[in-house]
Write a protein that binds this ligand. Structure first.
Ligand SMILES: C[S@@+](CC[C@H](N)C(=O)[O-])C[C@H]1O[C@@H](n2cnc3c(N)ncnc32)[C@H](O)[C@@H]1O
Length: 242
């Protein structure tokens, strides 16, 4: 990624004002100027996606929905396993990011993959029709993320898998065995990320754990390109619908 591209993306992330009356307009205002450089830049800040995907089951003939899929980069993370899906669907509300996903599908000749432009809080899929749902760094950008998780639960078949990785902060008094965060961590990251309409929440992990049978939970911290001395907390969650 050239220095100029990096500066352009950094400008959109930090200084460029986000405008728009609706959620979709605000997403486009944020993403349209950085869609082409999205993958190269986010690789350095959206941690833990590779490890999450290494744990997710791919059964032949399965249907996978990637919700808030952006550029469809997650398709790469399954490697050869992607071919085993009956259908891989990249769902997003940002047309400019979906254009990159469409190009990727064409270039890679992923015959079983497609894109869907819709709000993931209102999916067109039938109840219990999906085997695997993923959200990678999308729940924090979905205003009604509770509705998005409810939709994931509705469309998953019993025994189906949900995989999530995202920024978060811990509750002041987290559940036993979960990581505790300092006052600074709990206060700083929600304010910092809110400038980009990203909202790390203390409720993701408790809500996911209450609605899906946990198979794997991990809590980590990762570097961000422009903040050298502190690391942002993120979690990985894999759960099954009962
Ligand atoms: C930080 S990006 C993550 C993209 C991708 N999952 C990744 O890991 O690179 C968040 C994505 O969520 C999408 N998004 C936010 N709200 C949405 C909604 N209500 N419905 C569908 N997509 C949404 C955005 O357009 C954006 O592509």
């Amino acid at each position: 990624m050239s220095a100029l591209s990096q500066l352009k993306t950094l400008y959109h992330l930090t200084l460029s004002p986000i405008r728009g009356e609706t959620h979709q307009e605000r997403l486009e205002s944020f993403y349209s100027g950085q869609a082409e450089d999205y993958d190269a830049f986010r690789k350095r800040m959206l941690h833990g996606r590779e490890e999450l995907f290494a744990q997710l089951p791919v059964t032949p003939g399965a249907v996978w929905l990637d919700l808030g899929a952006g550029t469809g980069r997650n398709g790469e993370l399954f490697g050869e396993r992607l071919k085993d899906f009956h259908q891989a669907m990249f769902v997003d509300l940002s047309p400019s990011l979906l254009e990159v996903a469409k190009r990727r599908i064409r270039d890679r000749d992923w015959k079983n993959a497609d894109t869907l432009h819709t709000d993931v809080t209102r999916l067109p899929h039938a109840d219990a029709s999906v085997d695997l749902v993923t959200f990678t760094y999308s729940l924090t950008m979905i205003p009604d993320w509770f509705a998005a998780v409810r939709e994931a639960h509705r469309v998953l078949r019993p025994g189906g898998t949900l995989g999530v990785v995202d920024f978060y902060v811990a509750r002041k008094y987290p559940a036993s065995g979960r990581t505790q965060h300092s006052f600074f961590t709990r206060s700083f990251w929600p304010v910092w990320f809110s400038m980009d309409n990203v909202h790390p929440s203390a409720d993701h992990l408790p809500y996911l754990t209450a609605n899906f049978t946990p198979q794997y939970i991990a809590e980590h911290r990762g570097k961000l390109p422009w903040l050298p001395f502190i690391r942002a907390p993120y979690y990985q969650f894999v759960g099954k619908k009962a």
